[in-house]
Design a protein around this ligand. Sequence first.
Ligand code: 5GP
Ligand code: MN
Length: 335
Amino acid sequence: MFTPETLKKELNAPKHIVVTTHHKPDGDALGSSLAIYHWLKAKGHVVYVIVPSDFPIFFDWLPGRQDVKIYMEDKSANDALIADADMIFCLDFNGLARINAMEQAVRSAAGTKIMIDHHLEPEGFDDYRHWDSGAAASAQLVYDFIVDVMDDHQAITLDMATCLYTGIMTDTGSFRFRTTTSSVHSIVADLITLGAKNWEIHEHVYNSFSENHLKFLGFCLLNRLEVLHEYHTALFSISRQDLNRFQTTTGDTEGLVNYALAISGMKLAALIIDRTEQVKLSLRSVGDFPCNEVCKKYFNGGGHRNASGGNSNEPLDKVVEQFKSILPEYKERLT
Ligand code: 5GP
Ligand code: MN
């Protein structure tokens, strides 16, 4: 295990560094990764951001996005970069299964692995970790890491502040979730002082939907929402045809599950989508209901107590059936 001192010393000499994050990166994954990217680059390191899959187009404006490599688009070149890296920064995930196709390359890489993350139960692949499952976002931990651990507040540029603001904003549901403590607000205030344009970032992320996206949302709300009053649970099930009909792209289902949870009295919400490779589940809850436990036990997944994901190789209707059949086991915690 590295200490902050050894890490600081290592970072004093130029290194080859890979920064990576989880499959289907969200705002926190990208914001944290790009903030670290800008920080390391400014210190004179040669840095590559390699991500396991594509991500929503409403993150295309993020500073540094043009330098992000998608692993499968040039697998052999990216494998070489990963194998040759002196260090690999792993942002917003703590199990290598979360980087899907990149798992083997990163697992077998000799470089020092530095993990910055806020999910439960780290796997333990890392050589150094800055980890806190109580943090609102990995971007909050990147800020702490740079400011408190590396003692480098002066290095936070406008681009870094913009990336970190995006990560905290998206992972806190725009500063609404329980994790949004006063210290989170203090960090966000500092990021705005450093130049992050909060209003502009909101516009980019939340007010740049395509017409199809909004019509797809309307369709889902009207036709694909089922409320199970007995279990205080609401769910969407979305077929492949639904996705095709509205020519959805990555990101068009982002946030949909929150509408189900917005119905008064709901304690659990599910979004079950037939993706081409697998059926993907997103669970959200309020209070003590353990979404991560359900995802881990039944759907090869995990996450946080109130926000988790998983997947299944069964057909969509079977997964919906299985999800409903699990509810009686949790009835006490749902009512
Ligand atoms: P989402 O529902 O937005 O895909 O993910 C919600 C949360 O659950 C995120 O924190 C994400 O990292 C986690 N998560 C999503 N899918 C998986 C998965 O397949 N495995 C694990 N361990 N966590 C997941
Ligand atoms: Mn996160």
